[in-house]
Design a protein. Sequence first.
Length: 376
Amino acid sequence: MFLVIAAAVVALMHLYLWKRLVSDTTRTARTRRVGAVAVIALAVLVAATLTLPRWVGPDVAQWFAWPGYLWFGVLFYLVVVLLVLELPRFALRKTVATDESRRLFLARSAAVVAGAAATGIAGTGVVSALGPPELRRAAIPLRNLDPAFSGFRIAVVSDIHLGPLLGRSHTERLVRMINEADVDLVAMVGDLADGTVAELGRDAEPLRDLVSRDGTFFVTGNHEYYSGHQQWITELERLGLNYLHNTRTSLTRGTGTLDIAGITDVTGESFEDTPDLNAALAGRDTTNPVVLLAHQPVQVEEAAEARVDLQLSGHTHGGQLYPFHHLVSLAQPGVSGLSKVDDTWLYVTNGAGFWGPPVRVGAPPDISILELKPQP
């Protein structure tokens, strides 16, 4: 169903592009045919980029994924800018309706503006997506946090998305940045890879070099299930990471205790791996604060009912492509940064990688460093 919807959207975007950039801006049938062939070729490239990597593997896919996803990023902003330009086009429709030269001038001007704007926006977004993640810092007050845990620092990293476009060097950079931050705990909240361990295991190997005082803990994201979640769980545990499968662990500092819990992603319901918050919190001392790792922010609704103190999530990419975050906010209670649902803090990282186009606009990649403080 996803592939059918994606194909329909891609086809409609290219059809709209042909109408505004080819049909409206040219005079001869020959030129329009050439333009139509070019648009169809680009549509096929995008379709192949979205569907073939899982069949041919990341090594082969990178040869068409790079141009395909780069074009997809430009395409997105071409459509956005052209839709905005529909407003002046509508306002001038009566003026140009009977004047062919004016209509052609207006159409060509809009095409030039859209092309320049889309290329500039997408180009800036590529620099952001492929550059080093930002280190975002936030202090979070937790009720009942023992003073011994004051200043406890958690590095939150999510949505690394190893695959045809991001490989071992990407992982090495993330590990280096986290280690330099000198944190107490690393929380990986899903979507490590888009491919199997056989294809991408070598790219994930640098994760074994993560250093923190209390270790690295991880939970599954939706893309783990698309890529073979059990094999990735086994591989990450082999690399020394700790899997929180609807369970929790307790950290102590003197007489103080901090619970770290984790649940599977909601996508696990389709793979007989349903998230179970009750199991994760069963038997805990409710006077101790609990930090929950859960890939999708929407899982905070149940967490708030269970009086979880802080939920760490990813999944949204911060919207990745402005203004796409408006759509994301319809499905998720938090898109980026710190918010609160009832008495539960929700922190959503933008993620350290990207999915689809190597473009980030208005949502730079990040590794978040959260410092816990006792609530006054």
